[in-house]
Every structure is written in C-alpha cells, then in structure tokens.
Design a protein around this ligand. Structure first.
Ligand SMILES: Cc1cc2nc3c(=O)[nH]c(=O)nc-3n(C[C@H](O)[C@H](O)[C@H](O)COP(=O)(O)OP(=O)(O)OC[C@H]3O[C@@H](n4cnc5c(N)ncnc54)[C@H](O)[C@@H]3O)c2cc1C
Length: 421
C-alpha cells in the first residue's frame, strides 16, 4: 500500500481540509515522529477513532543518529514494525569506535539497528494507517485554550489544523476527547496554552545532522570505508559527532555541538570536520574512515538539519485531556541514544490512561499518574544520560574515565549495558 495515496492524505493535498471541519475524534495526535506514530498504531488498534498529523511533508529526515537500542527494537517488534526495517536495509551495528581527546577504544556492543528516520517514521505511519489511523502530513496542529474554545466541550479539547503547504494555509477546527502532543523539542502545538513552559539549560548544545551518500566515504585510492557494523563517536571540546552506515547507502552524520563553536568555526560543516580532525590522529583517523573531509566541508550550513537547544524539561506533562509524549516531555543530550526508546516507551505507557480519559470524565488523577510514570523514567533512564553528558564536557576527565573503563572489564561491561539497553 502506498502511504501517500491514502484518503486522508489526499484530503489535505487537494485543499479539502475543510472536509474535517468540526469533526469529532477520540484521539488527535500532534506530531508523527516515533512517539506520535507509535501512539497512533496502539490507539487505532484499540478501536479509537484516531487522527495523526505532522507539520512536515512525509517522508522527511530529522536530526537523529538513527541507532535503535535493544529497548527500542523490542518496542518496534511489539508494534510489528521491526521486520519491515530489516527488509528496508537497516544496518546492525555491533561495535563502537569511541575517541575522546587522545584516547581511542573499540568495544563490542549489543546490536544496535541503524535506520534513517525517513524510513523508520514512514514505516510507523504506514502501520498506523493500516491499523485504521487517519494521517495528514504538511498540516500543523495547535491546541486551543479552553477560554478561547467555541463552543466549549467539557469532554473534548479543541484543536486547530493549518495546511503548511499554502502560505496562508486555511485553518480548520476539530474536537478530540484526548490530545496527544508528540511534537518534539519545539512543542509548537501548545504555544497558545499557558502553564506548559519548558526549562531550557542555558549551556545546552544543539543537534545537527546530515545524510551523506556512502560513496563520499570511499574516495578513490582508499580501500573501503569504516566498517558498516561500527559506530564512530568522536568527542571534542566543541561537542561530539557520531557516524553510522545506514539504509539506502547513506552515512548518518549527527552531532550535538556548542552553538558558539558554529559561529567561531564558520558554520556547521566546518565545526563537524574540526571535531573529527581535532581528536588524536584526527586527519589520519578521518582518512582511515574514508571520510572525504573536503566534500563534507563543502556543504553549506543550509544542507544540515538543526534543532533548538537540546537539554530541556517540562514540569507539566499532562492536563485537561492533553498528554505529552517523547521529546516534548524533555530531553538530554543524545550521546547514549536513549531518545527513541524513551519516545516509544512513552507511547506504550500512556495508552491505559488515554482509554480512561475517553471512557470517563477527566479527573486530575490521570495527570498525576502520568507525572508519576514520567518522573520514575526520568530518574531511572535519564540520570545516566545526564551524568555522561556532564562528564563529556570535561575532556581530560572523560578520557581518563574511558581509559579506566577500558582496562577494567566489569566497569566497561556495566557502562556498555547501561548505554545500549
Ligand atoms: C543529534 C541527535 C542524535 C540522536 N541520535 C539518536 C540515536 O541514535 N538513537 C536514539 O534513540 N535517539 C537519538 N536521538 C534522539 C531522538 O531523535 C529523539 O529522542 C526522538 O526523535 C524523539 O521522538 P519524538 O517522536 O518525541 O519527536 P520527533 O521525532 O522530533 O517528532 C516530532 C514531530 O512533530 C512534528 N511537529 C512539530 N510541531 C508540530 C505541530 N505543531 N503539529 C504537528 N506536527 C508537529 C515534527 O515535524 C516531527 O515530525 C538523537 C537526537 C539528536 C538531536
């Protein structure tokens, strides 16, 4: 089935968004990244009338290293999407080459799966549609505050949709018994509602990413590229960069970098090349990997995708028929690749609360239950990410810790387990 010939998609493309005007939905999900699309699959399978919208036209890339850890793979298997990713050419990654300053190690790791976000998110959305979800892309959503809602519905929230493909795209209103906000770091769909502000860490890095054709990593005269099953991570004072082969003969180059370094180095591409070149034997390392530094450097900053500041958190995570999922809840720099497994886990965990919100009048106990679940996850999972991201800012300490982990097997094994499971 072709995702882009679905009825819902044609409605938006042909400018007939108004066909949905004033319609009532059990669940409207704003954002079709991993959290939103996974929630749509589960909601539609539970028999709920579900509408999923995304502001971007699909398929689209987004800033991500694209490596699925074991927890994420298990979620995707439960959703019935993992097999399609293997069929689409997702690449198993079994070792990590980590360089911090003058220290370099190669470790075997439990298998990660490297996949482009355009592939992963399209497969998730396709499965959501097959499960009965209506999907609109190129359409942004906005939750309307209760006071502005006309007419106010006790048992519903009002959402405004806007077609992004037209300069002053037409807006329509609809109602949903439950709204899932899965719009990532920007949280643009809650901008009219008060009380949802995120606390952004002032020294936060930003995320950047570019898909580079794998052919650029095999310049003539060099034999092969870096091994397809090896994730490269390079840490410098300006931030860190990960490189992994991925489906479709691409290399995903993604990094978390200091925005000040981008201005002082003259752009994103130059900063990425500098991070790679600055580490021990940088140019030689780049040559061994087969990185065509000149071609990477030639990219204009516009060729790179970028995020706002990464490290942030939201105190409120649910209120009055609205639940937050995935990155919209909060995020910590991505070194450990926690993000997608967290987003998928949040989609699975919210469903029982959504069912209760639809079947009975709203009560604040539902917000509290979601806050309790989110807090317990933050404590368990995000603590490690937080600790690692702090360590990596002090290069000499990080390099020393790396040497220690490398020489003492139980510490190394414990760290690898924490980071990859
Ligand atoms: C540099 C970097 C590398 C990373 N590497 C990894 C990795 O290797 N492994 C891993 O597991 N995680 C990684 N992550 C984290 C991962 O990318 C995120 O945690 C994950 O994408 C979160 O998913 P999400 O569904 O919550 O949000 P997103 O994937 O960001 O999806 C949000 C969606 O909402 C849409 N949207 C926004 N506003 C609106 C609106 N108003 N209406 C409708 N739609 C809207 C957007 O277009 C987008 O499609 C990395 C992150 C960064 C920055």
């Amino acid at each position: 089935m072709n995702l882009f010939t679905t009825q819902a998609f044609q409605l938006s493309r042909e400018g007939h968004l108004e066909a949905l005007e004033s319609s009532e939905w059990d669940i409207v999900i704003l954002g079709a990244g991993v959290a939103g699309a996974a929630a749509a699959i589960l909601a539609a399978r539970s028999g709920f009338r579900t509408l999923l919208v995304d502001a971007k036209s699909f398929p689209r890339e987004k800033v991500c290293g694209g490596c699925l850890n074991r927890r994420a793979q298990a979620s995707l298997e439960r959703l019935g999407v993992l097999k399609q990713l293997h069929q689409a050419g997702a690449i198993p990654i079994t070792s990590l080459h980590l360089k911090i300053d003058k220290t370099s190690v190669v470790w075997n790791i439990p298998t990660l799966l490297s996949v482009r976000r355009s592939t992963l998110d399209t497969e998730l959305v396709r499965t959501a549609i097959d499960s009965g979800t209506f999907f609109l892309d190129g359409v942004s959503g906005l939750v309307v505050p209760r006071a502005d809602s006309n007419p106010p519905h006790e048992r519903c929230r009002q959402v405004v949709l806007q077609n992004m493909s037209e300069p002053k795209g037409r807006r329509i209103n609809l109602h949903a018994q439950c709204v899932l906000v899965a719009d990532g770091l920007t949280r643009s769909s809650l901008r009219l509602e008060s009380g949802w502000t995120s606390t952004v860490q002032p020294s936060s890095r930003i995320g950047v990413q570019r898909m580079v054709p794998a052919s650029q990593f095999r310049p003539e005269g060099l034999r092969g590229s870096f091994p397809a099953n090896q994730l490269q991570m390079i840490v410098s004072k300006d931030g860190y960069v990960g490189l992994s082969h991925t489906d479709g003969e691409f290399v995903d180059v993604a990094g978390a970098i200091d925005p000040k370094a981008i201005s002082s180095n003259g752009g994103i591409a130059k900063t990425i090349c500098r991070i790679i070149g600055d580490c021990k034997d940088g140019p030689l390392f780049a040559e061994k990997m087969g990185v065509e530094m000149k071609s990477l450097q030639a990219d204009a900053s516009e060729d790179w995708l970028a995020t706002p500041a990464l490290t942030r958190s939201s105190k409120r995570v649910a209120s009055d028929r609205v639940f937050l999922l995935g990155d919209s809840i909060g995020y910590i720099e991505p070194f450990t690749g926690e993000g997608m497994s967290w987003a998928l886990a949040s989609a699975e965990a919210v469903m029982p609360l959504v069912s209760r919100a639809i079947s009975s009048p709203w009560h604040e106990g539902l917000s509290q239950e979601w806050t309790t679940w989110v807090d317990s996850q933050r404590r368990q999972k995000q603590k490690t990410c937080w600790w690692i991201s702090r360590q990596l800012r002090r290069l000499s300490v990080a390099a020393w810790t790396l040497r220690l982990c490398n020489s003492i097997y139980p510490i190394r094994a414990a760290l690898i387990k924490k980071v990859t499971s």
